[in-house]
Design a protein around this ligand. Structure first.
Ligand SMILES: NC(=O)c1ccc[n+]([C@@H]2O[C@H](COP(=O)([O-])OP(=O)(O)OC[C@H]3O[C@@H](n4cnc5c(N)ncnc54)[C@H](OP(=O)(O)O)[C@@H]3O)[C@@H](O)[C@H]2O)c1
Length: 336
C-alpha cells in the first residue's frame, strides 16, 4: 500500500518547497494537503494530490487527516499550538491499529546567543530551553508527547536557520530575511544597508534546496519504518550550512542594491538600537529587527551530518544574493 503523507503549509515558502520536492521525487506516495486558499493551478499541477480545505483552527480536519496518515509533515506556522495539538490527537489517539506514525515538525533556530549550538552535543540544553524561548511551547508539547506516547509516535523536529534561495511551491517562493533587509535599507536615509555596533553578530543560513535534502531524507526514512534517522528525544535536526556576519551581508547587499540602482550609497551605515526598533513595525514579533539584523543565532547540523552525510550543495548566501534581490525587485514591481 502506498505511503500516506499529510502535508500542511503547502502554499508557503518552506511547505510549498517540501510539497514540490516530495511529490516530484515520490509520485508513488499517496499525498494529501490541507490548504486554506487553493491556488488556481493546483489541481492541474498536482492532479494526484488530494486537497482538504481548512486552516490551523480546523481541529477536526487536521486530526482526521493526521489519523489517516503514515507521515505528517507539518509546516507553515511553527507556533500554532491548537493546530499541533489537533495533529497529535489524530496521530496518537484516533488511529486504527497501524504501525506508529511519523510527524516531521518545522521549528526555527532563533537562539539568541553567540555560542554555536550543536543538535547532538547541546541537545539536553536545546530540549530544556525556557518557555520564553522562540518556538519553545510547540517543541515542549512535542517533547511531552514523546515522553508520554513515545512508543506510539515517531517525532522529528527540523530547526532551520534563516533560509534563502527561490522556493519551489506554487504560491509563496521567497523567504523572510533578505526581503525584509532590502525593504528597510530602501527606507533608511534615502537608501542605506546597515549594521549595529561592529556588525560582527553572526547567523547561520541554509539554502532552501539544501533544506529540502534534509526533509527528503527524513520523509524517506519514515517511509522505511524510520530506519536511518533518529526520532523522539533524539529527533532534533539543525539544518545550517554556513555562517555570515551582519557587516559582510550588509556590504554584499549594499553593492548588489547599488548595482541595480535601488540605492545610491552602498556603504553600510551603523544604526542604533532605537533605529533598529523602529523598523519592521508591521511584523507582530517583539524586537524582530534586533533578531534579524543584530543578533547571533548559530547552529551546527551535527545529527544530519552523522546520519545522512548532510553537506551544502547549493550556492552560498552571498553567491545567491543578487538573484534573491532581483526576485525581490520584481515582486515589488508587481511581478512574481
Ligand atoms: N523562512 C525562514 O527563513 C524560516 C526559517 C526558520 C523557521 N521558519 C519558520 O517556518 C515557518 C514557515 O515559514 P515560511 O517561510 O515557509 O512561511 P510562509 O511562506 O509565510 O508560509 C506559511 C504557510 O502557512 C500557511 N498558514 C499560515 N497560517 C495559517 C493558518 N492559520 N491556517 C492555514 N494555513 C496557514 C500559509 O497558508 P496561506 O498561503 O493560505 O497563507 C502558508 O502555506 C514559520 O513559522 C517560521 O517561523 C522560517
Amino acid at each position: 500500500m502506498a505511503l500516506k503523507v499529510f502535508i500542511t503549509g503547502g502554499t508557503g515558502y518552506i511547505g510549498g518547497s517540501v510539497l514540490a520536492t516530495v511529490a516530484t521525487i515520490h509520485s508513488e506516495y499517496d499525498i494529501t494537503v490541507m490548504l486554506r486558499k487553493i491556488p488556481a493551478e493546483f489541481a492541474s499541477h498536482y492532479p494526484n494530490i488530494k486537497v482538504v480545505q481548512g486552516d490551523y483552527d480546523s481541529a477536526d480536519i487536521l486530526s482526521s487527516a493526521a489519523a489517516q496518515a503514515d507521515v505528517v509533515v507539518h509546516m507553515g506556522n511553527s507556533d500554532h499550538l491548537p493546530a499541533l495539538q489537533a495533529i497529535l490527537d489524530g496521530l496518537v489517539h484516533s488511529r486504527q491499529s497501524r504501525s506508529p506514525p511519523f510527524l516531521i515538525h518545522l521549528s526555527g533556530s532563533a537562539i539568541l546567543n553567540p555560542k554555536v549550538w550543536s543538535d547532538v552535543d547541546d541537545l539536553s540544553t536545546v530540549s530544556t530551553l525556557p518557555d520564553s524561548a522562540p518556538h519553545r511551547p510547540a517543541e515542549k508539547l512535542l517533547l511531552d508527547t514523546v515522553r508520554d506516547h513515545g512508543g506510539n509516535i515517531n517525532i522529528a523536529i527540523v530547526c532551520p536557520p534563516d533560509i534563502y534561495g527561490p522556493g519551489k511551491g506554487l504560491a509563496k517562493t521567497w523567504s523572510a530575511t533578505v526581503p525584509m533587509f532590502v525593504a528597510e535599507a530602501k527606507k533608511l536615509e534615502d537608501g542605506r544597508v546597515f549594521y549595529h555596533e561592529e556588525g560582527t553578530n553572526t547567523k547561520s543560513w541554509v539554502h532552501i534546496d539544501d533544506l529540502m535534502t534534509l526533509y527528503l531524507k527524513l520523509v524517506e526514512a519514515a517511509a522505511n519504518r524510520g530506519e536511518g534517522a533518529e526520532w523522539g528525544a533524539k529527533g532534533y535536526y539543525f539544518a545550517s550550512t554556513q555562517e555570515v556576519d551582519q557587516l559582510t551581508l550588509a556590504t554584499a547587499l549594499g553593492s548588489v542594491l547599488r548595482k541595480h540602482a535601488v540605492i545610491d550609497n552602498p556603504e553600510p551605515l551603523q544604526v542604533s538600537l532605537e533605529q533598529l526598533d523602529s523598523m519592521l513595525e508591521n511584523v507582530p514579533i517583539p524586537h524582530i529587527s534586533r533578531y534579524l539584523f543584530a543578533c547571533n543565532s548559530r547552529s551546527r547540523p551535527d545529527r544530519a551530518k552523522k546520519l545522512f552525510g548532510y553537506e551544502p550543495k547549493a550556492p552560498g548566501l552571498l553567491e545567491s544574493l543578487e538573484a534573491d534581490v532581483l526576485a525581490e525587485i520584481k515582486k515589488a514591481k508587481g511581478g512574481q
